[in-house]
Design a protein. Structure first.
Lengths: 87, 968, 177
């Protein structure tokens, strides 16, 4: 598996740390209530198809990356720096 | 029998017997040349087996190479190259290949069919574990490992290219030539020792010259191109995501100490062209497995390429025109052809040998090797004396790699086989025989045209020129299984025959995947390369379906067996993981300190002195150094993260539960970090060096995790915070100087004296150490008056030696991890033994450290009712009070009178130590409602070590609870 | 008066030669990490240009002159081999002692690195002045091409022995072919 790092170009999967769903980008307010926090912390879709998640180029440039990919075809559609991605 | 006398030969042994062979030829060829026909015993029935193929698809001739720790089992004799002194052994036979005791299985075979084990070893139930399984396990398996560490070297490597071409037959060579000439960066990989594929085997002309000559000329042209890399002996084993391919290279040349045997490549290619050719399939006729019965194409390989005749009176049995060329080649080579048997009626064969059309082989004879066959034809049956029967049931395109990403091949009726579905592997296209194009001319043409398309796609301008070659049609009429008495083998490697598959269907294992598992057809190293399509056809017939509806099983990587040694090459011994060594490592080792692993780091356990016979003596002494005088300990392994910027304070307020924006410059504060789910992630001290400049300390264990977490916070959660972080762990060598004499010691090495008024507890700042700029922190992990002194790492070795020498002059010295652990347990300071991922701030009594005046990571979740429930297990101290003084970590806690069972569990111990200070065994642990139970006596039970002790619950701070020693 | 004696990360480990490959330690007296604050990349680059004659390099690039070197080192991060003062513009940390820097050179050096490094280091794609943060074996490293057959590898100081060990084994394997 190869992921295109926006800084470094296409790199082997071994350089990356996998975090999970990109919903981490939208952290609820402290008073958002238990349901919002439950969804944020625990509830995840398990799509057969398109998904969007966060990877860390840990053994590379240190960028957090938003990766859009397909869990069925394994295709990676695009990648963006988390620091500048639209939220 | 050799058809030509070879120029130079070397000697090798098979089962101890000496033979001569030509260096580089397959052991199979050398054995056939020597008239050796019985080479192996089959997996299940221990049937005598010989050489069947001339390639990596070999099912029968699996041998062991070498002996002792270097023995390599299940090597195919058809790909193993002859070299001087090579030792080869047969497998699965005892006491000898000829007289194999387990051949009794073959007599029992009517009882041992598919599903035998499932049906037989059911009752009585307890027999399975005690009797059946051990006996079956002993009998099972092919080849064996020595159980000793193998010193042989293997390696791994990475390669990159525009176009990976898999297979260097006519299609692959043309593809490489076309793509290479267009300027593409090409890797051409072929598993054979030489490139050329079928051209090395067949008597055909290409471009007006013999095939092997054309191949050699083409390879020379390719070698001359800088942009083309040729990899022989390299099998592409798998197609993976985003154009990554695995490939196993058998490194050329004889074994030599220090030279790797194999290299496992990861090849990254923008595009790939599969030119893997096709594999000839057997025909299932009765007793078609005797040594001497082999594939027709293999016979041509041995005759035409290796100049070895595998028999003296040859017969050929086929269902397609391709088989006929075998007879022609044999006659041309001067080998007697006793009969050509074609199952089809309407074929015309010219040649000076007996031809039987509309005929089938219905029986074979010969105990250890083929002696005669019986054929049936229009005129009845006839016995023919023959020592080698070449069979051809047609060709299966080698589609495997196209299926590695979950794709399925499609059935093509005119060639009675499966061909690749286009687009199954992104970036991969197919050409030649693997695509169902079987003539040499078609292969050359497809190779060139497909490569031209690929090159065009890469923005290059290729030219296509295709040499003239044989374009005879491939005519076949399907023949899967011949009727008649006797077992008709399909999967030779797993001893599966036609009846097994019919039985599977009969017992309703009708899905191809179920049939595979019930019969084991297509399992093991072979993965059904030769047998798959025949088995599907038999299953289709038995279930009344067509072959396309029956479908194929899933082809998975690797295409050929890959030794774990190759996949994990370089990762044994020192290569297993990086070793992180501190600057004091040499000095510690020189003092005889046993080094223990802390993550990747190595840290001294203790520093033994003369006369000490037990680690506890050293540890107790080192604890007393710190409590009574001064100790020195390398703490450089703790993570140090430099944080700067206008948003630095806000970042710390957000990642720590407590507040750091209020910390004064020149001061240090303890901080607690939570995960977003409210559990404790890490703790440590953070010093404020400037208005916008902090240095955070993490635990050794969590340094990487905290760095990742801070980057996550800055890049994902709070990109609004204008702060930058950088690890400075490696920059600084940092030493704890702890104990009542610590200040005196420091004043003996610092350029300017320090006094308590300027350096109160938790102060920090710059100091000069023997002329070197350093940093000093007055922090304590021992509960004593203590400092941590940091200097640039180049001075670490020197400073450690200086500090320990000075400490010794004050009646102290160096201390290691054991003493450090005792000191912190006496003080109730936590480590990751306590903050193990399931504990909350509430559990460790630090819930008041979660500031409510600001948001921080984990704050909301930490307030969930379940995480602040009084019934939770809370951190406590435990002191041994009964007769048993030994406490153990990981033991469970129970009420005094409760049975020590899971349901009565009330908590557990996490850290234990003998305290030389308090002269008692101490433990930290978690106990239900623990903070309200101080004074209570509970029972500690270590079920694993069978230790039981009574312990008194107390505050986790055992020593100096007021903290006067650290502050004073 | 006592004096602290410096010791380089690869003392006792380098130099060494395996076949055509030589490995030696590179000693840089000053190495600073420079991480420009938000919106300060351009002013930081300009200030560097003033002070050392080199601005911030592009991602994946290293630049040098007689006085100094600037090596891109990751997201918003550069290593500058010189003393610089960038108050208010960038976070600067002293990294002079944090790295083991190894120069590896000789015929076949790309083959040796291909045993350990999962990126394409061939001259056609990884040219002079190119630098990458990647892995060498299990270690996180920075690799810069410094010549037609020469690279510099920067690894954590504490991993110097493993760095040398892994390269030694790879070089032996290549030499044994």
């Amino acid at each position: 598996m190869r992921i295109t790092c926006p800084n470094c170009g296409e790199r082997d999967r071994r350089e990356f740390y996998y975090q999970g769903d990109a919903l981490a980008l939208t952290r609820p307010a402290p008073d958002a209530g238990p349901h919002a926090w439950d969804d944020y912390l625990h509830n995840r879709d398990n799509p057969a198809g398109d998904t969007r998640d966060l990877w860390f180029h840990e053994a590379g440039c240190g960028a957090w990356i938003v990766v859009s990919r397909n869990t069925v075809t394994h295709a990676i559609d695009d990648t963006h720096l988390a620091a500048t991605v639209k939220r | 029998m050799r058809l030509q006398d070879p120029q130079n030969t070397v000697s090798f042994t098979f089962d101890g017997q000496r033979y001569r062979g030509v260096p580089g030829e397959p052991v199979a060829a050398a054995l056939l040349a020597a008239g050796v026909r019985l080479v192996a015993r089959s997996f299940k029935y221990h049937r005598p087996r010989g050489i069947m193929s001339a390639g990596s698809e070999e099912q029968n001739a699996l041998v062991t190479v070498g002996r002792g720790p270097q023995a390599d089992p299940n090597v195919r004799a058809t790909v193993l190259e002859v070299s001087e002194g090579l030792e080869v052994f047969s497998q699965n036979a005892w006491p000898s290949l000829k007289h194999d005791a387990m051949a009794v299985n073959d007599l029992m075979s009517p009882f041992l069919g598919a599903g035998f084990y499932y049906k037989t070893f059911m009752w009585p139930k307890p027999f399975w574990e005690k009797l059946y399984e051990p006996v079956i396990r002993r009998a099972a398996g092919l080849g064996g490992l020595s159980g000793k560490a193998n010193e042989d070297r293997y390696e791994k490597a990475f390669a990159f290219c525009d176009v990976l071409i898999i297979g260097a037959g006519p299609a692959g060579l043309m593809a490489a030539l076309t793509a290479g000439r267009a300027g593409a960066d090409v890797i051409l990989a072929d598993e054979d020792t030489a490139m050329g594929g079928r051209l090395l085997r067949e008597v055909e002309d290409v471009d007006g010259q013999p095939g092997p000559d054309w191949a050699a000329e083409t390879i020379a042209a390719l070698s001359a191109m800088d942009n083309v890399r040729l990899m022989t002996r390299t099998t592409v084993t798998g197609a993976h995501d985003q154009g990554t391919y695995g490939a196993l290279e058998r490194i050329a040349g004889p074994r030599r100490a220090g030279k790797p045997l194999e290299c496992f490549w990861r090849i990254v290619a923008k595009r790939s062209i599969l030119c893997a050719g096709a594999l000839e399939r057997p025909i299932a006729f009765p007793n078609n497995d005797r040594p001497g019965i082999m594939m027709a194409s293999a016979v041509r390989s041995y005759v035409n390429r290796w100049n070895v005749a595998p028999g003296k009176a040859m017969t050929i049995f086929g269902n397609n025109d391709d088989a006929h060329r075998t007879a022609r080649d044999l006659v041309a080579a001067g080998v007697k052809v006793a009969a050509l048997i074609d199952c089809r009626d309407d074929v015309q064969v010219d040649g000076d040998f007996p031809v039987y059309t509309g005929a089938q082989v219905v029986a074979t004879k010969g105990r250890h090797a083929l002696e005669r066959i019986t054929i049936s034809h229009a005129g009845g049956t006839r016995d023919i004396r023959t020592d080698c029967l070449a069979m051809s049931g047609g060709w299966n395109p080698t589609v495997h790699l196209t299926c590695h990403m979950n794709g399925r091949p499609i059935w093509q009726a005119d060639i009675a086989s499966f061909v690749p579905t286009p687009g199954n592997v992104p970036g991969m296209v197919t050409a030649g025989a693997c695509n169902g194009a079987f003539s040499t001319a078609a292969c050359l043409k497809e190779g060139a045209e497909v490569a031209a398309e690929v090159a065009t796609g890469l923005g290059l301008k290729p030219k296509v020129t295709v040499p003239a070659a044989d374009d005879s049609a491939y005519r076949i009429s399907p023949l899967w299984a011949v009727p008649g008495q006797g077992r008709k083998w399909i999967d030779f490697q797993n001893d599966v025959h036609v009846k097994d598959i019919k039985l599977a269907a009969q017992e309703n294992f009708r899905s191809v995947e179920h049939m595979k598992r019930y019969t084991t057809q297509g399992m093991a190293p072979d993965q059904g390369k030769s047998s798959n399509v025949v088995a599907l056809a038999v299953l289709a017939d038995a279930t009344g379906r067509g072959i396309p509806e029956t479908g194929t099983t899933t082809f998975r990587p690797p295409f050929v067996p890959v030794a774990i040694a190759a996949m994990g090459a370089g990762s044994q011994g020192k290569g297993f993981a990086p070793e992180r060594l501190t600057t004091s490592h040499r000095a510690s080792v020189a003092r005889g300190a046993p080094m223990i692993e802390a993550g990747l780091w190595y840290r001294p356990s203790y520093f033994p002195q003369q006369g000490e016979t037990h680690w506890r003596q050293s540890c107790d002494r080192e604890v007393r150094y710190v409590r009574n005088a001064v100790g020195v300990c390398d703490v450089s392994t703790l993570g140090k993260i430099d944080i700067q910027g206008p948003g630095a304070a806000a970042l710390l307020d957000f990642v720590y539960t407590n507040t750091f924006s209020t910390l004064k410059v020149g001061r240090t504060r303890y901080g607690l970090m939570l995960r977003e789910d409210g559990h404790v992630m890490d703790d440590g001290t953070t010093a404020r060096l400037g208005e916008q400049h902090y240095v955070m300390t993490t635990t050794t264990a969590a340094a990487g995790q905290v760095m990742r977490h801070l980057e996550f916070t800055l890049q994902v959660l709070r990109p609004d915070l204008n702060a930058r972080i950088m690890s400075v762990t490696e920059q600084w060598a940092q030493f704890a100087v702890a104990g009542p004499r610590s200040r005196d010691l420091l004043n003996s090495v610092l350029d300017d004296q320090i006094v308590d008024a300027d350096w109160p507890f938790m102060a920090c700042g710059a100091v000069d150490v023997a002329g070197v700029q350093g940093r000093l922190f007055r922090i304590s992990f021992s509960g004593e008056h203590a400092y941590e002194l940091a200097v640039p790492a180049r001075y670490g070795d020197s400073l450690f030696r200086l500090l320990t020498a000075q400490a010794e002059s004050y009646g102290g010295g160096a201390y290691g991890m054991e003493a450090l652990n005792v000191l912190r347990i006496e003080k109730g300071f936590i480590t990751h033994a306590e903050i193990h991922g399931r504990t909350t701030a509430f559990d460790i009594g630090m819930d008041r450290m979660i500031s409510r005046k600001k948001d921080c990571i984990g704050q909301t979740a930490a307030a969930r009712p379940g995480l602040i429930d009084d019934d939770r297990e809370q951190l406590v101290g435990l002191k041994a009070v009964g007769a048993v003084k030994q406490l153990t970590a990981g033991a469970h806690l129970f009420a005094q009178d409760a049975a020590p069972e899971r349901v009565n569990g009330q908590g557990y111990t996490t850290s234990v130590a003998y305290s030389p200070t308090l002269q008692t065994g101490l433990a930290l642990g978690f106990l239900k409602r623990g903070s309200a139970r101080h004074g209570e006596v509970v029972r500690m039970v270590d079920h694993l070590r069978q230790i039981e002790a009574m312990v008194e619950v107390c505050d986790p701070v055992f020593f100096d609870p007021e903290g006067g020693r650290a502050r004073g | 008066m006592v004096k602290l004696l410096p010791r380089s990360p690869c003392t006792d480990l380098l130099p060494r030669t395996v076949g055509t490959i030589t490995m030696s330690e590179v000693l840089l007296d000053r190495v600073m990490s420079v991480a420009p604050f938000a919106g300060q990349a351009k002013p930081t680059s300009a200030a560097l240009k003033d002070q050392i004659g080199l601005g911030l390099s592009a991602p994946g690039r290293a630049v040098s002159n007689r006085r100094a070197r600037v090596i891109w080192a990751g997201q918003r991060m550069w290593l500058v081999a010189a003393d610089v003062s960038l108050d208010g513009l960038a976070a600067v940390t002293d990294q002079s002692d944090a790295w083991a820097i190894l120069r590896i050179e000789g015929a076949g050096v790309e083959d040796v690195l291909a045993r350990l490094v999962p990126i394409d280091l061939r001259a056609s794609t990884f040219k002079g002045g190119h630098t990458a943060r990647t892995m060498l074996g299990h270690m996180s490293v920075g690799i810069t091409r410094v010549g037609a057959q020469a690279f510099e590898v920067m690894a954590m100081r504490s991993m110097a022995a493993t760095l040398v060990h892994d390269l030694q084994v790879a070089a032996e394997n290549v030499a044994a072919r």
